[in-house]
Design a protein around this ligand. Structure first.
Ligand SMILES: Nc1ncnc2c1ncn2[C@@H]1O[C@H](COP(=O)(O)OP(=O)(O)OP(=O)(O)O)[C@@H](O)[C@H]1O
Length: 196
């Protein structure tokens, strides 16, 4: 398995902008060295296979994904309680060896954090996206019982010390500064770790 020079682990509430920021970071760092890995990818793929669903549609930010979210969460919890690192391992198996900066765009649980801390401690930087409920609502968030009060949405809300906090409340200038900071950090880590 390939060894990354840097792992950015992104976390945030629904519609806080995890995918948006992951894309921006990847663009700035360079897609030739940086890849986005989604912990929800293998979960959705397996769930789609088992239930005759369209995997591609489950990946997109569409109503299709929202229709199956609650059932997928329940199914994922079952798998995870048997093996907490199951989806993390499946995800990193998909990493391309020639791009050794990883952005894990959707950490949701303490077990996700524990897995990456245990396996990639030296190169791991954790990032929490913050965003007001009002802005999240403008981006399509609707509170859904059973989803937004479940562990998958609240598991990392408290008792976690993040390396970096990015505010994605709509202030573009502030966001640019935060992204610049992360890009510089990644470039530094890449130089330090690329040949180790
Ligand atoms: N800073 C921003 N400026 C403009 N649009 C944004 C910004 N951040 C997020 N968005 C938009 O808000 C929507 C939700 O963002 P995104 O899909 O990245 O959130 P998410 O945290 O990944 O959500 P989910 O947890 O539901 O997958 C998208 O349409 C995205 O393009």
């Amino acid at each position: 398995m390939s060894q990354p020079a840097c792992v950015l682990l992104l976390s945030g509430k629904r519609k806080s902008g995890k995918d948006f920021i992951a894309d921006r970071l990847q663009c700035r760092i360079g897609p030739e060295v940086c890849q986005i890995l989604r912990l929800s990818g293998p979960l959705k793929e397996q769930y789609a296979l088992d239930n005759g669903l369209d995997y591609q549609q489950l990946l997109d930010s569409t109503t299709y994904k929202e229709m199956y979210r609650a059932k997928m969460i329940a199914w994922g919890e079952e798998k995870r309680s048997a093996d907490p690192g199951f989806f993390c391992r499946k995800t990193i198996e998909l990493a391309q060896p020639d791009r050794n900066i990883w952005i894990i765009s959707d950490a949701r649980r303490k077990t996700d954090l524990a897995f990456f801390s245990e396996n990639y401690q030296k190169v791991l930087r954790t990032i929490r996206m913050t965003c007001s409920d009002d802005v999240r609502k403008q981006r399509g968030f609707i509170f859904t019982q059973g989803i937004d009060d479940a562990e998958s949405e609240c598991g990392l809300d408290e008792c976690v010390t993040w390396d970096i906090v990015i505010s994605n409340d709509g202030d573009e200038a502030l966001l640019d500064m935060d992204i610049d900071h992360v890009v510089r950090l990644v470039q530094f880590m890449y130089e330090q770790n690329k040949s180790t």
